[in-house]
Design a protein around this ligand. Structure first.
Ligand SMILES: [Ca+2]
Ligand SMILES: [Ca+2]
Ligand SMILES: [Ca+2]
Length: 287
């Protein structure tokens, strides 16, 4: 990456076009949840809904009827903005994904909405990385001192959906001296969708050495990969941050934040004076 002067105090970031993607050093945010997440393959509880009493008709007409949204921050992976480390991404329909995370004092939660034109899962256990799967990479101390992942605070966690080839979702852990407690403690569920699949999973902090006590403001090293196998059996692997998925020094950053917009995203909704906002359990507006 180079900075090029454009005059008038403006500078342009110029990315090298040669082969070899620079370290992208991505960053994303995990929002604290104050309501429980049930790992069942449906993401209803990841969605914040509005109650009709929160509204006046004028605002709905003016600003659109946005009645629900994911309260977690999305992170996007696709063949254009992420690194295709192996294989080929033919189109967003072939492989792309949106990853969400939430956290509380006990659990780290992940939801992946994956677009994949052919969901293929043929392996089990430690071999699920060869199939359609998502992978989360942790460097809990964010010290980024190894290039191969083997320290006690480093983990590769994989989640692969149920499909016609394997009738249950599988979660696995690699690259840590203590993988077994993680594998035993993880929860995972999946569902096929019209355009691919979704994964919902949870990992207790207690089994992730170095990550045991999350708090607002904490940051860890974090990376995300998605693997795609289709009928042609070609294995495609796409990674969010850096040029090598397993190098903690190229991981992105995951920041743990509180839930500052637990009610409304301020860019969509105004705050009319005199209106008391609902802050209770989610209700479906359409019920
Ligand atoms: Ca759920
Ligand atoms: Ca595909
Ligand atoms: Ca696939």
């Amino acid at each position: 990456m180079k900075w090029q002067p454009l005059g008038l105090g403006l500078w342009l970031v110029v990315w090298p076009l040669a082969a070899g993607w620079p370290h992208s050093e991505e960053a994303t945010v995990s929002v604290k949840t104050y309501t429980p997440i049930t790992v069942d393959g449906t993401l209803d509880e990841w969605v914040r809904r509005l109650e009709s009493s929160n509204w006046n008709g004028r605002m709905e007409v003016q600003k659109g009827q946005v009645l629900k949204w994911m309260r977690a921050v999305p992170t996007y992976l696709n063949g254009l903005t992420s690194l295709v480390e192996s294989g080929v991404v033919a189109s967003p329909q072939d492989l792309s994904a949106t990853i969400y995370t939430l956290w509380d004092a006990q659990w780290f939660y992940v939801a992946a909405v994956v677009t994949d034109d052919d969901v293929v899962t043929q392996h089990d256990g430690a071999d699920i990385w060869q199939d359609d799967a998502i992978e989360l990479w942790f460097d809990c101390r964010h010290d980024a001192v190894t290039h191969t992942l083997s320290q006690d605070d480093e983990y590769q966690l994989g989640f692969s959906p149920a499909s016609r080839g394997r009738n249950r979702a599988v979660a696995w852990a690699w690259r840590n001296p203590q993988n077994e407690p993680v594998i035993a403690a993880m929860q995972v569920a999946s569902a096929l969708t019209p355009t691919g699949y979704l994964i919902e999973a949870a990992v207790p902090w207690s089994v992730l050495h170095g990550c045991e006590a999350p708090s607002v403001g904490k940051m860890i090293g974090f990376n995300i990969s998605i693997a795609d196998k289709d009928a042609d059996q070609q294995w495609t692997h796409v990674t969010w941050s850096g040029s090598l998925h397993s190098d903690p020094s190229q991981f992105g950053h995951l920041y743990f934040v509180d839930a500052p917009v637990d009610l409304f995203p301020s860019d969509v909704f105004e705050h009319p004076s005199g209106v008391s906002f609902w802050s209770g359990e989610p209700k479906d507006r359409h019920e």
